[in-house]
Design a protein around this ligand. Structure first.
Ligand SMILES: NC(=O)c1ccc[n+]([C@@H]2O[C@H](COP(=O)([O-])OP(=O)(O)OC[C@H]3O[C@@H](n4cnc5c(N)ncnc54)[C@H](O)[C@@H]3O)[C@@H](O)[C@H]2O)c1
Length: 416
C-alpha cells in the first residue's frame, strides 16, 4: 500500500514537513486553526517559511476536517508543547492530537511524534491515550515513533533538508520503516537511535546545552558589567583559544530554549532529583530583562537622566533575530519592566507579528524620526536594524544600550 501521511499541527514544524513529504506521498495537512488552513489553501504562509508556489502541490491537502485524515496510515504529530504558569509541561495539545490519531487508527498504522517532550512522554503519556481510545495494542496493532525537529526559524543555512534528522521507533521494523520514509524525501543524514526515550532526551539535551551556555555568558556579563569590563571584548579575546565555545549574552525567550528545560526538570523531579545547573541557568536567563533594566537605570543616572522624565525606545520585539514570532519574547518582558520605571517606553519592530495590542504592548512598525529618545535599547539583532544609526535618534544627554553588541563601538553606545 502507498503510504498516506497525516500531519497534525501545521505550524512552524508541521508545514515544512508537509511540503517535503508531498514530494513523494499524499499528505493531509490538518490543523484545528481554521484561519491558518484557509490561508494555506490560498497559498499564504503567515510564518513566511514557505513560498506560495510550494503550497499548491496536488499531493498536499490542507484541512481542518478530521474526516479527511481517515485514509492515512502514518500520522505525524507536530502540535505545541508549552508550559503552564507554574513551569510544568502543558500536554493538553499533545493529548488532544493523540486522541484524534487514536480515533483514526487502523491496524499497522504508525504514529510519529515530533513535538518536543520530556523523555518518556511518548511511551508513558501518549501511547496509553492511543491504546485506550483505539482499543488497539501498541507494537502489536499499531506502532509509534519519535523524531525530534531541529528546524531553526529565521536560519536559512541550517535547514530541514541539510541537517541530520534523529529517528526512533517502538521496534526495529518501525525504525527501518521510518528510516526509509524520511530518507525518501530528505537529503540530510537520517540518524537512528535505539529507543524513543533516547530520541526525546536528545532534543531536550540540545536545547538545554544552549540555555545553560547562554546563562553562563549572561552571568559573566553581569559580573563584567559591575566590574566595568567590556564582555564582548573578553569573549572575542577568549575565542582565540582552540577549545573556547563562543556564546553571546542576551535574552532567551521563545517556545523552545526558554521552555524545554522545564520539561526535563519536571521529569527528573518526578524521579527524585532536582537538576541544579539546568534550573539555575533557567532562573538566570529569566532574570535578564530585570538585570538589563537595572543596568539601564544606572546608566541613566550617570547621564543625568531622571527616569520619570525619560523616553526609551526598544529595538526588537520578537523572541529572536529576523523572526516575527513574539511568543514568550523577553523583549516584551523588558518593555513591561522598563514601563514601570521610565516615563515613556516604545517598542519598535517592523518584522514582529501582531503589530497591534499584544500582551498589552503596542509594537510600532515605524519610528517617529522627529522624536528623540533619551535611551535606545537594541534587544533583538534584526538585520534590518543595521539601517538605523541609533546615535541620530538620541537626545543630547541620551545613550544607547546594545544588548547584542550589534552596533559599532561609540562612546555613547554601551554593551551588555
Ligand atoms: N518552531 C520551532 O522552531 C521548533 C523547533 C523544534 C521543535 N519545535 C517543537 O515542535 C512543536 C510544534 O512547534 P511549532 O513551532 O510548529 O508550533 P506552532 O504553534 O507554530 O504550530 C502548531 C500548530 O498546531 C496546531 N494545533 C494545536 N492543537 C492541534 C490539534 N489538536 N490538532 C491539530 N493541530 C493542532 C496549532 O493550531 C498550530 O498551528 C513544539 O513541541 C515545539 O517545541 C519547534
Amino acid at each position: 500500500m502507498e503510504d498516506k501521511i497525516g500531519i497534525l499541527g501545521i505550524g512552524y514544524v508541521g508545514l515544512p514537513l508537509a511540503v517535503f513529504f508531498c514530494k513523494k506521498y499524499q499528505v493531509v495537512a490538518f490543523d484545528t486553526n481554521k484561519s491558518r488552513i484557509n490561508e494555506l489553501k490560498k497559498g499564504h504562509d503567515r510564518n513566511k517559511q514557505i513560498k506560495k508556489g510550494k503550497l499548491n502541490s496536488k499531493n498536499l491537502l490542507f484541512t481542518f476536517s478530521e474526516a479527511q485524515l481517515k485514509k492515512c496510515n502514518i500520522y505525524i504529530i507536530t502540535v505545541p508543547t508549552p508550559i503552564f504558569k507554574n513551569k510544568t509541561p502543558d500536554l493538553r495539545y499533545i493529548s488532544k492530537a493523540s486522541k484524534l490519531a487514536a480515533r483514526l487508527l487502523s491496524p499497522k498504522d504508525i504514529v510519529v511524534y515530533e513535538s518536543t517532550v520530556y523523555p518518556g512522554a511518548t511511551e508513558e503519556f501518549c501511547v496509553p491515550i492511543l491504546e485506550k481510545i483505539s482499543g488497539f495494542k501498541s507494537n502489536k496493532d499499531f506502532f509509534v515513533g519519535y523524531s525530534p525537529e531541529r528546524i531553526n526559524v529565521g536560519d536559512n543555512k541550517n535547514r530541514i533538508d541539510n541537517v541530520s534528522k534523529i529517528i526512533s521507533g517502538s521496534n526495529n521494523k518501525t525504525l527501518d520503516k521510518l528510516y526509509s520514509l524520511y530518507k525518501s524525501v530528505l537529503s540530510s543524514k537520517i540518524y537512528k537511535v535505539s529507543s524513543i526515550k533516547v530520541a526525546e532526551a536528545c532534543k531536550i539535551t540540545e536545547n538545554i546545552q544552549r540555555d545553560v551556555n547562554i546563562a553562563l555568558i549572561n552571568e559573566l556579563a553581569i559580573v563584567f558589567n559591575n566590574l566595568n569590563i567590556d564582555t564582548n571584548e573578553v569573549l572575542n579575546a577568549a575565542s582565540t583559544k582552540w577549545n573556547f565555545n563562543k556564546y553571546q549574552p542576551g535574552l532567551v525567550g521563545g517556545h523552545c530554549i526558554g521552555v524545554d528545560p522545564y520539561y526535563l526538570v519536571h521529569k527528573s523531579k518526578s524521579h527524585g532529583f532536582k537538576p541544579e545547573i539546568i534550573s539555575s541557568a533557567r532562573k538566570l536567563n529569566e532574570k535578564m530583562p530585570g538585570k538589563i533594566c537595572e543596568f539601564v537605570k544606572y546608566k541613566a543616572k550617570q547621564h543625568g537622566l531622571y527616569p520619570r522624565s525619560c523616553s526609551v525606545l526598544i529595538l526588537g520585539a520578537s523572541f529572536k533575530e529576523n523572526v516575527k514570532d513574539i511568543r514568550n519574547s523577553k523583549s516584551i518582558d523588558l518593555f513591561k519592566k522598563l514601563s514601570l520605571i521610565f516615563n515613556y517606553v516604545e517598542i519598535y519592530d517592523p518584522i514582529a507579528e501582531a503589530h497591534n495590542k499584544t500582551q498589552n504592548t503596542t509594537i510600532s512598525t515605524e519610528i517617529n524620526k522627529k522624536m528623540k529618545f533619551d535611551i535606545i535599547i537594541l534587544s533583538v539583532a534584526h538585520d534590518i536594524f543595521s539601517k538605523i544609526n541609533p546615535i541620530t535618534l538620541i537626545t543630547k544627554k541620551g545613550f544607547v544600550y546594545d544588548i547584542k553588541s550589534f552596533y559599532k563601538r561609540h562612546p555613547k553606545i554601551y554593551r551588555l
